[in-house]
Ligand binder design. Structure first.
Ligand code: 1HN
Length: 351
């Protein structure tokens, strides 16, 4: 067969000749573009706090919060190195602030959540209101609101940052700006937002001060914990999730942020959960207690034994199973609001 008759050679010649025009054949990539089920480069991963903490503390000696702007160690997915991403759509990092430090005020279109991991007494200021951090508090920085962090604590304070950076990057829609002052002027006393919006009541002529984002920017742990404890005693425990609650925007009943869903769950002592998988990959922060998460997908099997302040990620469409001999409390976040907005969310629960 000479070259023009050999289909493989004909094709290769076609690809070479049209390449300068930036043309490429769909049929070579079609199956990868529309896989039969989600195929992610993101892999299950576990960061033990005992192993991470020494590096956080060393970063505290290597650079000030002021100089770093934000002193954060990124939790980078092993399958996504170099991309500053924990899943393909979300970012996670652990931020350290030391006594007396200030992380200067700025704003950006990326939304952020903070989940307090260690220490108390640091604060974050959002739109002129400060909130003091305690372990287990879930705090929101809405898109395009000025925010600065500071610490009057007597020891290090560490929190998990969850941002929608890869989503905003995907849409090439990111803007950022530094504030004129290092720390924001305080214009409302601490707790005003929670009093206005956080007691199953809202101001009669309320607006939505942060658009699609919740007007509550701090959801204190003691209230979440109390609800979970009460439900563990008095309500049926879900065989997959234990007792799991979703944080809400009180003005809509929907997710607290347009791009991120947040959850807190309690696994009762002796819990041995059933497996599930969902299209939204999720990042977990262990609040109290210990347990095990087993993950599987294709030929891959992972088992992580977790302790307080550990973090782990369950990627999209990986089957996961939670268990906890002594009981535990877990915080988690994912990009589920986007899956719902696009009509893509899918969940399977194994019996
Ligand atoms: C940011 O502004 C914070 O405000 C944390 O604490 C992490 C990661 C990338 C871009 C901006 C913060 C960030 C960030």
């Amino acid at each position: 067969m000479n070259a023009p008759d050999n289909p493989l050679l004909v094709r290769q010649q076609l690809y070479r000749d049209m390449d300068p025009l930036h043309l490429t054949p769909l049929w070579e990539v079609l199956h990868a573009l529309v896989p039969p089920e989600p195929a992610t480069p993101c892999v299950p991963a576990h960061w033990k706090y005992d192993e991470v903490r020494p590096f956080l503390m060393r970063s505290g000696q290597a650079i000030t919060a002021q100089e770093a702007v934000r002193r954060v160690l990124i939790l980078e997915n092993p399958g996504l190195r170099g991309q500053s991403a924990v899943t393909r759509s979300l970012y996670a990092g652990l931020q350290l602030i030391l006594p007396g430090e200030v992380a200067p005020s700025h704003r950006h279109t990326q939304s952020a959540l903070r989940f307090i991991v260690e220490g108390r007494g640091a604060y974050t200021a959002v739109d002129g209101e400060r909130t003091t951090m305690h372990p287990g508090d879930f705090i929101i920085t809405p898109s395009w609101t000025f925010h600065d962090h500071g610490s009057d604590a007597d020891g290090p304070v560490v929190w998990l940052d969850g941002l929608d950076i890869p989503i905003v990057r995907f849409f090439d829609a990111g803007f950022a700006e530094n504030d004129a002052s290092r720390s924001q002027q305080v214009t409302r006393s601490e707790g005003t937002s929670l009093a206005r919006y956080g007691h199953n009541m809202v101001p009669v002529r309320h607006d939505a001060p942060f658009g699609a984002t919740s007007p509550i920017f701090s959801y204190p742990y003691d209230r979440s914990r109390e609800a979970l404890e009460r439900l563990e005693r008095d309500a049926p425990v879900d065989e997959w999730d234990g007792v799991k609650l979703r944080y809400v925007n009180p003005l809509t009943g929907g997710y607290p942020m347009p791009t991120m869903a947040t959850f807190m769950q309690k696994l009762p002592a002796g819990f041995a959960g059933k497996g599930w998988r969902q299209t939204d990959g999720a990042i977990y922060s262990v609040v109290e207690g210990s347990g095990t998460v087993e993950v599987e997908a294709g030929d891959g099997r992972w088992r992580f034994d977790f302790s307080p302040r550990d973090h782990f990620v369950i990627p999209s469409w990986h089957t996961a199973r939670l268990s906890s001999p002594g009981g535990c409390v877990l915080f988690s976040y994912s990009d589920r609001p986007v899956h719902h907005a696009l009509g893509l969310h899918k969940e399977e629960r194994l019996s």
